[in-house]
Structure formats: C-alpha cells, structure tokens
Design a protein around this ligand. Structure first.
Ligand code: PMV
Length: 355
C-alpha cells in the first residue's frame, strides 16, 4: 500500500457537532531512527517497544460547520489550558495531511489533549501526542465509513502520525513496532509502522522501562534539527547501514532470548544515536553529566549482581532502564538506593511495555 490509498474520497459528511476521542502511548526505540528524507520517510528502519502508562489522551471537538478556505480553524488546549505555542507544529502537521483529512477544513474545531506524564518531564510527548491526534482523525473518518477495515484504520493512523512526527507512527498500535522498509522484515514500510511479525522470546515480554528524569528542561536542539544535520553528516551512510544491520541481528536475539546480546545491541544503538549528534556540524550534546553517572552505575550493577538490565536513550538526557519483570525487585531497589540521586527532583517514571 502506498500513500495514494489513504486519500479521503468519501462524499459522506460528518455531523455538524461532535466529539471524537482517542489515546496513544509513548514508545521507546531499540534500534533508533535518526535521519529522514522526502516527506518524513526514514533513512533506516527502526523498532520500538510500546509503553503502557505514558500516554496522551486527545479529543477533537467539532464546534461549527464553516465554508472551507485555505486555513485550518482550530484551537489547542493542554489540560484545558489554551496552548497557542503548540499551533505551529500542529499547523505543519495539518497542512501535510490535508488530502487525507480534507473534512477538517469545513469545521471550526478544538483539540484537547492531556498526558499521563508531566509535560515538562523531558519525555517526548510528540510521539504519543501526534499519534493520538492522528487516531482521532481516523476515528472521525471511520464514523462515516464504518466499512473501513481495522487494518486500513491502523495503517492510516500510523501513516498520518508519521507526518506529524516520525517516531509517532510507532505509537498508533502494536507492541513491538517496526517502521521503515527492511529486507528482513516482511511487510515493513517507510509509510507506516507494522507490528513485528516474528517470534519474541518470553524473556522480552513483560519488560519494564523505568525512565530516569535527568533533566526536565526544554531540549536545546530539536529532533527536527537533529534529523536535518544527518544530511551531509560524515558518518550518515555508515550509521544507516549499522541500524539496518542491527535490526537484522536483533531478529535471532529476540527469538532466542539472550539478554547479554540484547543489551549490547540496544545500548550500542543509544550511544550511536548520541555519537551522531556529537559529530554533526554544528555538533551538540544532549546527555548530561548525570546521564553518564547513571550509565556507569548500571554497568557496574549488571556486572557485580549479574542482573539482566540495560539502558537506552532518546534524543535527550533521560535514561530509560530496561529490564525483565523477573529483575524488577532488584532493579527497583538499585534505582532507589543508587540512581535517584542523579535525577532531577529524584523523579523516575516506572512504566512497562505492552506485551
Ligand atoms: O520522531 P522524531 O522526529 O521526534 O524523532 C525522534 C527519534 C528518536 O526518538 C531519537 C529515536 C527513535 O527512533 O525514536
């Protein structure tokens, strides 16, 4: 399926006033996406676990039917408060998806959104936020086209979410989601995410993700700028090849359940992502001294206690600690006793993956 199939062709009209709701969780990538081309297409395939508790809940309220013009007429609210600062990003998103949701232009509408995690926590809310909004638009379309299959709806939601924020297309459904065309993953596509179609050992189900909030401040460099800096980056091509090859290597690891190999690959992915940032022109560093303190503590703990545990990083300073349910008691004590001191306000969010 390509992008043509998602254009909106139905003549059915949406009711004048109505409210549409959806929600979407955050995700954490094991093999990272960093670098894009064309209309939000990834330079390499990535894969992420879908989180359970960190999510965005969104409502789109159609308030009044209007004569469509070349603008979108809407307001955005976060926790019931008007957030005009969100509009530039959402405007860009709406313009990109116009042909797929043309009905929006015939309404004055409101977007109400809330996160189950603190907005300023440094956890990327754009993935869950764009995914929840994209899902609302598909719910709207499905309300007048009940014949749409679940597969179509899932793919369209992911397809639209991608146009808001790349990694958001891995947050619209599925547990372990692959995005990007990859020769070893059947059905994979750069247009939308798919649920990983191969065996996943029990060791990698029931995984936990404790997110250590190292720095709650705004990022100094946005992801969009970071992606752009991969154009002309001296190591870009090697990085894209490395990520694709890591996804190939992850397949037998996921099937066989080897923790050491899993964490070696996942941690290397996180550090490679940050290495790309540090070798961009201009270069930048999103890790903080406490990010490194935590990483070193995890390595020491893993070695001395022989507990399966590892870390990954997003485009920020926070550390995601990944571990199986069977390590939970030990890792929680370790976090409390040895890592909280490195977190801003001693904050940590204990989440788990959806499996
Ligand atoms: O979705 P974006 O454009 O915000 O990119 C974020 C990419 C990373 O989170 C750094 C990696 C990933 O694959 O999620």
């Amino acid at each position: 399926m390509d992008h043509q199939d998602f254009t909106y062709k139905t003549p059915q009209l949406l009711p004048d006033l109505d409210t549409y709701r959806s929600e979407a969780p955050s995700n954490i990538a094991l093999v990272k996406y960093w670098g894009k081309y064309g209309e939000q297409l990834p330079k390499n395939a990535s894969i992420s676990y879908t989180l359970k508790n960190c999510k965005t809940q969104t409502e789109v309220i159609l308030k009044k039917r209007i004569e469509a013009d070349d603008q979108f007429h809407y307001e955005v609210f976060l926790d019931r408060e008007l957030k005009s600062s969100f509009k530039p990003k959402i405007d860009k998103f709406l313009k990109r998806i116009e042909v797929y949701v043309p009905f929006l232009k015939s309404f004055q509408f409101e977007i109400h959104t809330k996160n189950t995690f603190p907005h300023s926590s440094g956890i990327a809310s754009s993935a869950s936020g764009m995914a929840a909004l994209a899902k609302c638009f598909v719910v709207m379309q499905a309300s007048v086209q009940p014949e749409l299959t679940e597969t179509f709806q899932a793919q369209k939601a992911s397809f639209l979410a991608r146009l808001g924020s790349g990694s958001a297309c891995r947050s619209t459904g599925g547990k372990l989601v692959v995005w990007g065309k990859h020769k070893d993953i059947e059905g994979s596509s750069g247009f939308y995410g798919i649920d990983y179609p191969y065996e996943v050992h029990n060791n990698f189900r029931n995984f936990r993700d404790s997110i250590l909030l190292i720095d709650e401040g705004e990022k100094q460099v946005s992801s969009s700028l970071g992606h752009d800096l991969m154009h002309g980056h001296p190591f870009a091509e090697q990085r894209f090849e490395q990520a694709d090859s890591n996804l190939t290597k992850l397949k037998p690891i996921l099937a066989q359940g080897n923790f050491d190999e899993f964490f070696a690959l996942v941690e290397s992915e996180a550090l490679s992502l940050h290495a790309m940032m540090m070798t961009s022109s201009p270069y930048f560093i999103l890790m903080q001294p406490n990010t490194l303190q935590v990483i070193n503590k995890i390595w020491e703990f893993r070695k001395s206690e022989e507990v399966p545990v590892g870390f990954t990083l997003d485009a920020g300073a926070n550390v995601h600690i990944l571990y199986p349910e069977s390590s939970e008691t030990k890792v929680r004590v370790f976090i409390e006793d040895h890592l909280l001191q490195f977190c801003q306000g001693e904050k940590v969010i204990h989440d788990q993956i959806q499996f």
